[in-house]
Ligand binder design. Structure first.
Ligand SMILES: Cc1cc2nc3c(=O)[nH]c(=O)nc-3n(C[C@H](O)[C@H](O)[C@H](O)COP(=O)(O)OP(=O)(O)OC[C@H]3O[C@@H](n4cnc5c(N)ncnc54)[C@H](O)[C@@H]3O)c2cc1C
Length: 323
């Protein structure tokens, strides 16, 4: 049995590619189907056009060229149903141990034996913390849903990447008093080229306040303390959106015996021809491959991981049948 951990787009694509090669597999997912996409902002639109994030050769028809989160949920659900994939949802993998020629996988519900594993666990589960006092207050959020509940309130958005900019603009357009806190001197260069002028103009005209070269020092019930180039500032505040990024589940990777490159992004070791990690029989698929470099891989450019892995596994299965 091959076990795929994670029912994101790339975990599902891997299951389809294996099924098409008559290799049995099962997907174990800690949340719902395409759990990361489910947890994206409610009104989110993908930056990719729908054709670029298709899996299993099933056309993805969206109303506009770029699909919405809701359309993507519908699409991946229909693909899953079409291929009748074996996906166990709401079952978290808690432990991976080598056992004989394979692995024992312990989940929140059961224990399985797999002779090969595909880790497609993404990076969206573990937010990068700011590690400041008050970060655990209920008003601090690392995920954004929709702006309506924050309308008329003072909202602090921490970060300057795509997620932070989207949150700031959505909240501003829903009547929030928005302040951005940016560690660097400007909005990130990687912000989508069609969104960047919008945020820069809103900041320039003063509709959205921004503090550059600034960091959050403390979050309190009714205000926040910032370290700005002009000294410490205290701002009235109701909610904080810490859009400070996410990181892969390193504990799980380490438990599986996966090694890491000696680089600033702590990227996991894998063979780029086969996606096999340093552990014989453990493959890495999707955005987890980028380590802390979470912008390196996305659905568009990691769909090929699924094909590479399935080719390699199917070839190995053929050889073992012949032996
Ligand atoms: C807001 C946002 C917008 C994006 N827009 C685009 C876009 O337009 N185009 C594009 O190509 N990419 C986009 N991306 C990037 C990419 O789409 C996503 O990161 C994508 O979901 C990656 O697919 P994946 O299958 O590798 O990982 P994920 O979709 O993150 O799937 C990993 C799955 O593993 C599960 N999992 C994790 N740990 C365990 C465990 N221990 N046990 C069981 N299950 C586990 C998770 O619940 C999750 O469902 C976007 C990302 C974000 C955050």
């Amino acid at each position: 049995m091959i076990i795929i951990i994670g029912a994101g787009p790339i975990g599902l694509a891997s299951a389809i590619e294996l099924k098409q090669r008559n290799v049995d597999c099962m997907v174990i997912e800690k949340g719902c189907l395409v759990n990361s996409i489910f947890n994206y902002p409610t009104n989110m639109t993908f930056f990719s056009t729908s054709d670029k994030i298709e899996i299993g050769g099933i056309p993805f028809i969206s109303h506009g060229p770029k699909p919405t989160r809701r359309e993507a949920l519908e699409y991946y659900r229909r693909v899953y149903e079409h291929y009748k994939l074996d996906v166990r949802v709401y079952e978290a993998v808690q432990q991976i141990e080598p056992a004989g020629s394979g692995f024992t996988v312990t989940t929140s519900k059961d224990v399985y034996h797999a002779h090969k594993l595909i880790l497609a666990t993404g990076f969206f589960d573990i937010p990068h913390r700011m590690d400041v006092p008050g970060e655990d207050l209920p008003k601090v959020k690392h995920y954004f849903d929709e702006p309506h509940p924050y309308s008329g309130l003072s909202v602090l958005v921490v970060g300057a990447g795509n997620s932070a900019v989207d949150v700031a603009l959505e909240c501003y357009r829903c009547g929030c008093d928005v302040t951005m806190v940016v560690r660097d001197a400007e909005i990130r260069k990687s912000v989508k080229y069609w969104v960047r002028p919008d945020i820069e103009n809103r900041i320039r005209e003063g509709s959205i306040h921004a503090h550059f070269n600034t960091r959050v020092v403390e979050i309190r019930d009714h205000d926040v303390v910032l370290a700005t180039p002009e000294g410490e500032k205290v701002l009235k505040n109701d909610f904080v959106f810490a859009m400070t990024g996410y990181e892969p589940n390193y504990k799980l990777l380490e438990m599986a015996g996966v090694a890491f490159n000696d680089d600033e992004f702590r990227t996991p070791v894998f063979d780029s021809n086969t996606q096999m990690s340093n552990v014989d029989g453990i493959y890495l698929a999707g955005v987890v491959c980028g380590g802390l470099h979470t912008g390196k891989w996305f659905i568009e450019n990691s769909i090929t991981h699924a094909t590479r892995i399935a080719d390699h596994i199917a070839e190995a299965e053929k050889v073992s049948e012949q032996d």
